[in-house]
Design a protein around this ligand. Structure first.
Ligand code: F6R
Length: 644
């Protein structure tokens, strides 16, 4: 739902109570929740534009505090659009950026100086002398003095009229990391480990991320007349909950904003998902119980009471805000049985359908007995990491399983790994100048990770061959393994291109060729670099385009989640159990992806190897099922059906 903002005067510019619901007693900061970050970003840009115009009318300057990172990109795009199509001028705008890495050169692609010019300044008519960004290239002796000058300059301009903020998973605003004092001013700080891991992809590896930064202080930010903080996606849900509902603490510096009188958090559904009113709405208000919410509530009740489903009593329901559900269904017994059966029916050892069995309460159809299946895997390894056990069952049960690797995954191979293969080829007498060049430049370079076209090709081939090792091990013929190399990914950098028609066409072509009865895809929206989300978008657009084809009427789509998260139990439509032997088989299949083992480049903040994450996750799902009173399996892979 999108609501227009009301702009009156500068002290009173605020988002109308918008978003999905009004704030509740749990929330200590005004927040509005939107279906998607695109609509929300447009509204933020409009608010900024109205402040600029108001100041123009008053013949004064507009002092804006700006942020970098992934969150504000769409806001800047909209500001550029307003400038280009509606004549919004930035001539009266003076900007102060929140922060900059230290040390870093302005010309560095990762510098915030570069970011701001690339994403905003070079597209608008702001005067260069009105742009202020902390300097990442000054000598250590000058830092203190420059920081004081930065503060003074903001003050001389009468303080910030508006401050745009993102939020880090540590709870940082600007780079005010945990421990920052409420009185802090612009200064040099040390980056938190989590912040560095989040920045690692942009720097092609954790070891290249600067350890320090210069940031505006908490006090500086708090003195802004108006603040909007944006947060998009489930990765931010935990820190948003702590910030909005938790106690004020230097350990989550964004909580200081609870004391700011004119702050709005503009967030999407993913970032809002752990706020009490969305996560456990039965504790907050009454509503019509949907099937999914009922399941979520009952499973939550099992968790808080430490009981299995069939042991829940009327009193449990009444004591935990679920009296309306109890009243609707009559008694705990009926509710419990309903829930138990629902979960029981998600379990199947026959992910492609069980031949000659009644399928009325099974997750998959029996017919056709032999199904054509496409498993879409965003990177070459997500297939086995996320559903290696299910692939094994599908193959063993006689289905025609195709694996489609959507991207080459080339940038996730380290130069050290590439060098090994180039040297082996040379040692084996392969006469190829490319290999000679590769070995030379890697050995000579001391700049950490970098890429050249030849290097990227080699890295892509390494991942292809590793993948074939795994698919052969699982019994899939090479002809059924497809490397789609979607072009959006091929930038050689963590930052990818936007999804294009070519990408979608490649997916459409494969679907048209195979005419699958089942499609599996990664529904993981929490992938740190967003590649899974783009791959899923490509698939959804392709399905939308193709859904009128007759064969698509017979195609069911199942979503697994990637390496980072698992579906909530209430979201699972199909749970495929694994025996202890299958767990080992899956582990061995993952082992074929050697370049992604032992200190992978894009590890995220989870230090576990991918196979360990996968095993622990599958074991955990099985444990949850057994704790709920269902059968006790070694491991379970989970899927959610996507209706189109
Ligand atoms: C950037 C900044 C940081 C980011 C935060 C979120 O100037 O000050 O606080 O806003 O790290 O980053 P993204 O938006 O990339 O998730």
């Amino acid at each position: 739902m999108v609501t227009e903002i009301q702009s009156k005067n500068l002290d009173d510019i605020s988002f109308k109570e918008a978003g999905i619901y009004e704030n509740t007693r749990f929330e200590k900061i005004h927040n509005v929740v939107y279906d998607n970050s695109g609509d929300a970003s447009i509204l933020i840009a409009q608010e900024i534009a109205s402040i600029i115009k108001l100041k123009q009318k008053e013949n004064t300057n507009c002092i804006l505090g700006l942020a970098t990172g992934s969150s504000p990109i769409k806001v800047y795009e909209e500001l550029i659009r307003l400038h280009k199509t509606q004549g919004l001028s930035f001539k009266n705008v003076i900007t102060f950026n929140l922060d900059e890495y230290y040390p870093i050169a302005k010309s560095d692609l990762q510098s915030y100086f570069h970011f701001m010019h690339e994403y905003l300044f070079k597209h608008i008519d702001i005067l260069p002398e009105n742009i202020n960004i902390p300097h990442g290239d000054i000598s250590p002796d000058n830092i203190l003095e420059t920081c004081i000058a930065y503060e003074n300059k903001i003050k001389e301009h009468g303080g910030l009229d508006f401050q745009l903020l993102g939020i880090g998973r540590t709870g940082h605003i600007g780079f005010n990391e945990p421990g920052s004092h409420s009185n802090s001013r612009t200064r040099l700080i040390t980056l938190d480990h989590i912040t560095k891991t989040d920045a690692a992809p942009a720097f092609l590896g954790l070891e290249n991320v600067p350890t320090r930064a210069i940031t505006m202080g908490i006090r500086t930010v708090m003195e802004a007349k108006r603040i909007i903080l944006m947060a998009w996606g489930e990765n931010k849900a935990e820190v948003i909950k702590k910030t909005v509902e938790g106690e004020i603490s230097s350990q989550v510096p964004a909580t200081y904003l609870q004391h700011h009188k004119n702050t709005t958090f503009v967030i999407d559904k993913g970032a809002a998902s752990l706020l009490t009113q969305y996560n456990t709405p039965w504790l907050v208000r009454s509503f019509d119980w949907s099937e999914e919410l009922m399941a979520k509530a009952i499973l939550w009740l099992c968790e808080v009471t430490s009981k299995s489903i069939l042991r829940l009593t009327d009193k449990d329901y009444n004591d935990h805000g679920m009296e309306s559900l109890l009243a609707k269904e009559g008694n705990a017994y009926t509710l419990n049985i309903k829930m138990f059966n629902r979960l029981q029916h998600t379990i199947t050892g026959w992910p492609g359908g069980k031949p000659n069995a009644d399928d009325t309460s099974r997750p998959e159809r029996e017919i056709p007995k032999k199904k054509r299946v496409i498993v879409f895997s965003p990177h070459p390894d997500d297939d086995v990491i996320s559903m290696g056990g299910t692939i094994d069952r599908l193959v063993e049960q006689g289905h025609e399983v195709h694996i489609a690797y959507q991207t080459s995954g080339n940038i996730a191979v380290s130069n050290r790994e590439a060098l090994k293969f180039a040297e082996v080829s040379l040692a084996m007498g392969v006469r190829d100048d490319n290999f000679r060049n590769i070995t030379q430049i890697i050995k000579q370079s001391n700049t950490g990770e970098f890429n050249t076209p030849e290097l990227l090709t080699l890295k892509g081939v390494i991942r292809q061959k590793e993948s074939l090792g795994a698919t052969r091990y699982l019994g899939i013929p090479d002809g059924q393994v497809h490397f789609l190399n979607m072009p959006f990914y091929e930038t050689g950098r963590a930052k990818k291109n936007a999804l294009g028609e070519k990408d979608v066409q490649i997916v459409c072509d494969l679907i048209a060729k195979i005419k699958p009865h089942q499609i599996y895809a990664a529904g993981d929206l929490a992938d740190p670099h967003g590649t899974h989300k783009v791959c899923l978008d490509a698939l959804f657009i392709a399905i939308e385009k193709m859904k009128t084809n007759t064969f698509m009427k017979d195609c069911w789509v199942w979503l697994y989640r990637g390496a980072w998260h698992e579906w909530g139990i209430h979201e699972i439509d199909m749970a495929v159990p694994m025996s202890p032997d299958q767990v080992i088989k899956k582990r061995k299949a993952i082992f074929f992806h050697q370049s992604q083992k032992d200190g992978v480049m894009f590890q995220g903040d989870d230090a576990r190897e991918f196979w360990v994450r996968a095993e622990e996750r599958n074991k955990d799902t099985a444990l949850k099922y057994s704790q709920l009173g269902l059968a006790d399996y070694a491991a379970i892979e989970a899927f959610k059906r996507y209706d189109f």
